[in-house]
Design a protein around this ligand. Structure first.
Ligand SMILES: [Zn+2]
Ligand SMILES: [Zn+2]
Length: 368
């Protein structure tokens, strides 16, 4: 069931419905807010179901286009909410501060404000287009860096300094508070009722699914694998036509390494015939797509190496300006550059040091 995304970018997220004798399990039920909820109800109705038929909701990772509708389904249908053990939830303090659930009108207003803010910031979701890959399919990830989540304590607050000393996380000044409030209301991740670990088995749709923990795009990313029928619900881990965004912030010491390793992990799964992604069409060659994505990251690192060799010691921001077209400069491009540079440092392909003002400086090793 394709649901619309009102943030700029991909235009849709795929919600999957898995049917069994008890009703329906849904995977990644779209963005928070009334428009996506309405679309979800329409899609369900077209298939002859209602929200009440949903007994399970699975969230592949802690991005709003995936968890948005999950809390409401859990509440309205009494559904079991399944996510990986590392799934980000809000701190107790935040929960206490906001102990009332927003009304329908508050949510609609919040959605309008958040959409306008996302538009202004050009943020939305999964990928930063590269020079080689000019596409307007650009999405950012608006609240992945929200400072009030427990597992994202290291990440960049709105308007805060980035760890590499580059761009401030941008927020338009005028209605700043209103926007933060709207975003917080909408993008509060739900509390899972069941947290699974790697290798754990779940019965859904008359099949047995194996949980595959795939950190990289986020630390809590979860794929579901049905070995008997060769299906892989790949979330944002493997997408057929775009490269998932890998942020170097709040995402482990070497997010790119985790990502590349878990790409290999899913490529090696036995007999996968069909990948079911969260964005784009189902695709049949999961290992082939994994190879292409890995190649993309190899190319990006060569690109960074050449840029670094050309300009000498440089900040994350400087290097991101060398490797991204100007229209994509900013915190998203920098966080991906940061992830690549940190990966190169840990692999011994670059060095990092702190300038006197604390800004991180990088220099790649010369080409062999
Ligand atoms: Zn995502
Ligand atoms: Zn996504």
């Amino acid at each position: 069931m394709q649901l619309p995304i009102w943030m700029p970018g991909l235009g849709h997220v795929n919600t999957y419905g898995l049917l069994d004798d008890n009703g329906l399990a849904v995977v990644d039920p779209g963005l928070p807010g009334p428009s996506s909820w309405k679309a979800l109800k329409q899609r369900l109705k077209q298939a002859g179901f209602g929200v009440q038929d949903i007994h399970t909701v699975i969230v592949t990772h802690s991005h709003p286009d995936h968890f948005g509708g999950a809390g409401r389904i859990k509440k309205e249908a009494g559904a079991n909410l399944v996510a990986h053990r590392a799934f980000t939830t809000w701190s107790l303090e935040e929960t206490n501060r906001r102990n009332h659930l927003p009304t329908e009108e508050e949510q609609a207003e919040a959605e309008r404000i958040a959409a306008a803010a996302a538009q202004a910031l050009d943020i939305g979701g999964e990928e930063i287009p590269t020079i080689a890959d000019h596409t307007d399919d650009y999405e950012g990830d608006p609240l992945r860096d929200n400072p009030t989540t427990e597992t994202q304590a290291q990440s960049v607050p709105w308007g805060g300094e980035t760890p590499w000393g580059g761009t401030k996380h941008p927020i338009p000044k005028l209605t700043r508070r209103m926007k933060i409030r709207a975003m917080r209301m909408l993008f509060r991740p739900p509390n899972p009722s069941q947290r699974v670990v790697h290798g754990e088995r779940i019965q859904l749709a008359g099949r047995e699914w194996v949980s595959i923990h795939t950190p990289g795009h986020t630390v809590d990313h979860l794929c579901l694998y049905d070995p008997e029928h060769g299906l892989l619900l790949s979330g944002d881990h493997v997408l057929p036509s775009i490269t998932p965004h890998i942020s170097g912030v709040g995402n482990g010491a070497d997010a790119l390494r985790s990502y590349l390793q878990t790409l290999d992990l899913v490529a090696a799964l036995d007999g996968v015939k069909l990948g079911l992604p969260a964005h784009g069409h189902p695709f049949d060659d999961v290992p082939g797509r994994v190879d292409a994505i890995k190649e993309h990251h190899e190319e990006r690192m060569l690109f960074i190496r050449d840029a670094s060799n050309a300009i000498g010691p440089a900040t994350v921001q400087d290097i991101s300006h060398e490797i991204f077209p100007k229209k994509h400069w900013g915190v998203m491009a920098e966080s991906e550059t940061f992830a690549h540079l940190e990966h190169m440092v840990l692999a011994g392909d670059a060095e990092r040091w702190e300038a006197t003002d604390g800004t991180l400086m990088y220099r790649a090793a010369p080409a062999a």
